[in-house]
Design a protein around this ligand. Structure first.
Ligand SMILES: *[C@@H]1O[C@H](CO)[C@@H](O)[C@H](O)[C@H]1NC(C)=O
Ligand SMILES: *[C@@H]1O[C@H](CO)[C@@H](O)[C@H](O)[C@H]1NC(C)=O
Ligand SMILES: *[C@@H]1O[C@H](CO)[C@@H](O)[C@H](O)[C@H]1NC(C)=O
Ligand SMILES: *[C@@H]1O[C@H](CO)[C@@H](O)[C@H](O)[C@H]1NC(C)=O
Ligand SMILES: *[C@@H]1O[C@H](CO)[C@@H](O)[C@H](O)[C@H]1NC(C)=O
Ligand SMILES: *[C@@H]1O[C@H](CO)[C@@H](O)[C@H](O)[C@H]1NC(C)=O
Ligand SMILES: *[C@@H]1O[C@H](CO)[C@@H](O)[C@H](O)[C@H]1NC(C)=O
Ligand SMILES: *[C@@H]1O[C@H](CO)[C@@H](O)[C@H](O)[C@H]1NC(C)=O
Ligand SMILES: *[C@@H]1O[C@H](CO)[C@@H](O)[C@H](O)[C@H]1NC(C)=O
Ligand SMILES: *[C@@H]1O[C@H](CO)[C@@H](O)[C@H](O)[C@H]1NC(C)=O
Length: 412
């Protein structure tokens, strides 16, 4: 571990900067920011990397992965005062700048937002970039943490904004540190809560982002539709979670509907929905008609950018999911899995699709999946069984009571 102390504003704030040297994947960054009394006001230790998509001069898309941070400085990091909140500012490599700021609203404090800038003029990091200049992405996080608690998140946190995918893991941070002592009280992120064993060691081994447990959060539900001429011909409402398994490691990606585009086409016997975003090159759902009166999901074709910049592609045209009569829609509120291959699964949440015979842009009556109807069927059965049992219990108590009172009278 390499540590060095330097003063930002002479006599005002002293910074202890430590750079923990990790494996090639990513370094841990560490900042112990102190105020004029040498008391810690902000402490942070974390790992991060970035995948940046950019257009090249020949109109194709390239990716740059920024995972090791050279020549790190923390100029501009502040404890905060009456006018502005605490801030961590990091500069590294060839013109990268990363800033996170914090706010306070008793009894909580917030990781407010992250702003990340890069300079595409650097032709070593961004070869053949069409647009040259500074690009800034700004992401509002609003993570809330109780005051005097240190926020811990060992799980991988992914933020996708414009053409940048930001990954953070092994995060430990406390702003508004009280009495110069980093709190012993830890506030875990939601992603860590699902795991009983939380690795307490931040110093030593460096897990790569893909080996870290991935978010357990459910994906947001998106609305997708395809039009033919000026009429809607395909409707889909669903939350999507992609699960790519490579080298025995699963990466789970939640599809964010707000940053996902969609197109498609409708023909009498086949209909297609295509999604795309900065991390989904394309994800095609192809529906077909069978037995002249039913539809089903026949094919999935996908191509997805991985965190390391490579592209994962898969196609299967021999699927059989989401089967329902033509003229109706298929619905499944419970989580369902479409297994495209041994390496690629799609988990769906609150699913409703109608790929054919959409009238007036609205869903027709839905045929529900068995997982949903099992539940609908089980509830009345359970209630019935419980009621029956109660009647028997009441009847038996009545009989016993009657007999007892009768023998009672006889003995008098
Ligand atoms: C802060 O610590 C430095 C050395 O680490 C010391 O020289 C300085 O006097 C200290 N300042 C205060 C106000 O304690
Ligand atoms: C880091 O700094 C060294 C020496 O100042 C320099 O040679 C090197 O090119 C820098 N690296 C980057 C990525 O800017
Ligand atoms: C945090 O920084 C962003 C710009 O990077 C700014 O727009 C925002 O107002 C800042 N928030 C606070 C509370 O200072
Ligand atoms: C971006 O990088 C180029 C070359 O690396 C440099 O000349 C230019 O000044 C940088 N732009 C800014 C705004 O720093
Ligand atoms: C900080 O110090 C004050 C006064 O000594 C004390 O009342 C307060 O409980 C301390 N807070 C923490 C978090 O230790
Ligand atoms: C939709 O298309 C039909 C025929 O193509 C046309 O008659 C109708 O005016 C169009 N409606 C709208 C709202 O554009
Ligand atoms: C992802 O796929 C792997 C391998 O099929 C499986 O073990 C794992 O449970 C899946 N994870 C999720 C969240 O679906
Ligand atoms: C799916 O991918 C395969 C192979 O890449 C391709 O042959 C096929 O045409 C694709 N299907 C659709 C509907 O795009
Ligand atoms: C990216 O990661 C996957 C699986 O982790 C691996 O198969 C692939 O070779 C990697 N690609 C690059 C360019 O490192
Ligand atoms: C398609 O799937 C069915 C059953 O799932 C299987 O019997 C058939 O061999 C598969 N066809 C191809 C070409 O893989």
């Amino acid at each position: 571990m390499v540590c060095f102390r330097f003063s930002l504003v002479p006599g005002l704030a002293l910074v202890l900067v430590c750079l923990v040297l990790g494996a090639a994947q990513s370094y841990a960054l560490e900042l112990d920011l102190t105020n004029s009394e040498n008391a810690t006001c902000l402490y942070a230790k974390w790992r991060m990397n970035f995948t940046i998509y950019y257009e090249t001069t020949n109109k194709s898309q390239k990716t740059a992965t920024i995972s090791d941070h050279d020549n790190v400085t923390y100029i501009g990091s502040i404890c905060g005062d009456d006018h502005s909140g605490p801030k961590i500012a990091v500069q590294f490599g060839s013109g990268f700048s990363w800033v996170v700021n914090f706010t306070k609203n008793e009894p909580k404090y917030f990781i407010d937002s992250i702003s990340f800038s890069y300079n595409t003029t650097d032709s070593i990091t961004f070869p053949d970039a069409e647009d040259k200049g500074i690009v800034t992405v700004y992401d509002s996080l609003e993570v809330s943490i109780p005051l005097n608690n240190v926020f811990r998140c060992n799980s991988l946190l992914t933020y996708e904004k414009n053409s940048v995918v930001q990954h953070y893991w092994d995060v430990l941070v406390q702003a508004f540190v009280q009495n110069g002592t980093v709190s012993r009280k830890e506030f875990l992120c939601e992603e860590d809560k699902g795991f009983t064993t939380v690795a307490p060691v931040v110093h030593t081994t460096v897990p790569s982002p893909t080996t870290t447990p991935t978010p357990e959060e459910k994906p947001q539900v998106g609305n997708y539709s395809v039009s033919s001429g000026n009429t809607t011909c395909l409707l889909a409402t669903m939350g999507l979670q992609l699960n790519i398994t490579q080298d025995k490691v699963a990466s789970v990606i939640n599809v964010n509907p707000t940053s996902t585009g969609f197109t498609g086409s409708c023909q009498p016997q086949t209909a297609q929905l295509r999604l795309n975003s900065s991390i989904i090159k394309y994800l095609d759902f192809v529906f077909a008609v069978k037995d002249e009166n039913r539809f089903y999901l026949k094919e999935v074709n996908a191509s997805i950018y991985l965190a390391n910049g490579s592209v994962f592609s898969i196609a299967n045209n021999n699927l059989s999911y989401w089967d329902a009569p033509l003229g109706s829609s298929y619905m499944c509120n419970k989580e369902q899995t479409v297994s495209v291959s041994g390496t690629f699964q799609i988990n769906t949440f609150s699913l409703k699709v109608q790929p054919f015979n959409v009238t007036e842009g609205k869903y027709s009556t839905a045929e529900e999946c068995s997982a949903d109807s099992d539940l609908n069927f089980l509830i009345p059965v359970a209630v019935g069984v419980a009621l029956g049992f109660l009647i028997i219990v009441v009847f038996i108590s009545y009989m016993i009571g009657r007999r007892k009172s009768r023998t009672g009278y006889q003995s008098v």
